[in-house]
Design a protein around this ligand. Structure first.
Ligand SMILES: Nc1ncnc2c1ncn2[C@@H]1O[C@H](COP(=O)(O)OP(=O)(O)OP(=O)(O)O)[C@@H](O)[C@H]1O
Ligand SMILES: [Mg+2]
Length: 267
């Protein structure tokens, strides 16, 4: 399973878009779980890493997928040295340590998985571990954060109301032009003028979303592109490799997007 734990001493660079930092701090203080919705590459993971470091909590991240089971989160018995040894899953470890547990793309997880979250995400803050008979009460430092991309491919999946309504929720989107330029400059070291051109390209490409493209270009891809430019690749090759090719497989669409890039990136 894809899970990891990080302990960052210094919060990584995060450019707030709104009052999300304050909302997160209040949710944490009130011991409320948090749901973040937003498209790919808009800063959700970076935000949570930033907040975990700011609040001085370890961060357990689990990438959810369609056969993620409750045991993957909670733990299981493993055979070791001829006997059965219990091994905590990432959710259980996070509860024991008073850490932040981040379940990414929660709508991918099987429905029975979300059920283990229910007693943990309401005022009981309990994690019953059926297999061992133990019930953990989450300490004040524990926080559950879940996220998903409400793009159209997830329309049918969604979250049950009984799950959603246990979370404080907020929506993320791609930052507005000035903030996105700051992010690109900070993340890659390109000049302000180059960052500005990339932002303009992004705005042009995002306006095509839904017409020719499933999703608009993410901030992540703009940062990739800027990084390639900063390391010496010419601007149009960088745009093709880091922005246009990742967006589509259709030759005509790629050609059309490339023309948009030529227009925006001409200096
Ligand atoms: N507000 C921001 N502040 C700083 N960097 C940002 C911000 N938004 C996006 N980025 C940059 O974009 C990259 C992608 O962001 P991130 O990985 O947080 O996206 P995500 O929303 O978690 O996407 P996914 O849903 O695909 O996991 C980051 O590595 C960072 O370089
Ligand atoms: Mg992420």
């Amino acid at each position: 399973m894809l899970s990891d734990v990080i302990n960052l001493e210094q919060p990584p660079f995060y450019q707030p878009q709104n009052n999300e930092v304050v909302i997160f701090e209040h949710a944490y203080k009130n011991q409320l779980p948090l749901l973040i919705k937003g498209p790919t590459g808009c800063g959700k993971t970076r935000f949570i890493e930033h907040m975990a470091a700011k609040l001085n909590r370890p961060l357990y991240t689990v990438a959810c997928h369609d056969d993620l089971t409750a045991a993957d989160l909670v733990g299981r018995h493993l055979i070791g040295d001829g006997e059965m040894i219990w091994q905590d899953g990432p959710l259980t470890r996070a509860v024991r340590e008073g850490a932040i547990c981040y379940l990414d793309e929660i709508v991918e997880a099987r429905k029975d998985t979300t059920v283990v979250l229910h007693p943990l995400s309401d005022d009981r803050r309990m994690l019953p571990i059926e297999r061992t008979g133990e019930t953990l009460r989450a300490p004040p430092g524990f926080m559950l954060v879940i996220s998903y991309n409400p793009g159209y491919q997830n329309l049918l999946k969604g979250l049950k109301p009984s799950t959603r309504q246990r979370f404080v929720a907020m929506s993320f989107d791609y930052p507005d032009a000035a903030l996105e330029r700051t992010i690109i400059e900070n993340e890659s070291g390109v000049s302000r003028a180059t960052a500005q051109q990339l932002v303009e390209l992004a705005q042009a490409l995002r306006s095509l979303q839904g017409v020719d493209l499933e999703e608009g270009v993410s901030t992540r891809l703009l940062v990739y592109c800027a990084g390639l430019i900063a390391s010496g690749l010419d601007t149009l090759s960088a745009a093709r490799a880091a922005i246009i090719e990742p967006l589509s497989d259709d030759a005509e669409t790629i050609a059309a997007l490339y023309q948009v890039a030529e227009a925006c990136l001409a200096d």
